[in-house]
Design a binder for this molecule. Sequence first.
Ligand code: S3P
Length: 187
Amino acid sequence: MTEQEAIAAIAGHLDRPVVLVGMMGAGKTYLGKVLARSLGVEFYDSDSLVEERAGASIADIFAKEGETAFRVLEAGAIASLLSEPPAVISTGGGAVTNPETLTAIKDRAYSIWVEASLPDMLERVSRNKRRPLIRDAADPEAVLSGLLAKRQDLYAQADIHVMNRNDDGNRALDDILTGLAKALKIS
Ligand code: S3P
């Protein structure tokens, strides 16, 4: 089977959304967009839907209403996206800390943990200042490694685990496609 045939087979068999979970700066949004384009399905980002519904940026929601309020909006956004026809959905890094969201993702989607090394994540998060949990941190590395320690076991519950290295081209995308083909029992 050529790569194109394999991608077409995955797209043809996709009966549930594909949900990317993992830390901020792991590269979920970029990979999700490329994956959605390859499969010919819609791409959604839970952070973008929260911002659209609230009419405010994530940073403003955190500042004005607090993280707990953001988490409620995030859970609602992901629940809505899981009800859409199969698409690729990138979730915010903390989405899996809501037990109902984690269960819904595991039950109703093919879940993918996108992991990246601490230096790669730091490099990516330093490129933009929109993430409230990290942008004002005196020691961003300590914040990221603290969050990862708390969340690792949750991310590890995903169906598929890929490592996304900054210098590894399309490797992570290929690994996602291989994982999906296996999950969909396409040989
Ligand atoms: C968060 C990650 C962010 C965003 C918010 C909180 C987190 O999303 O939801 O800033 O708790 O890890 P990304 O993972 O897309 O950066």
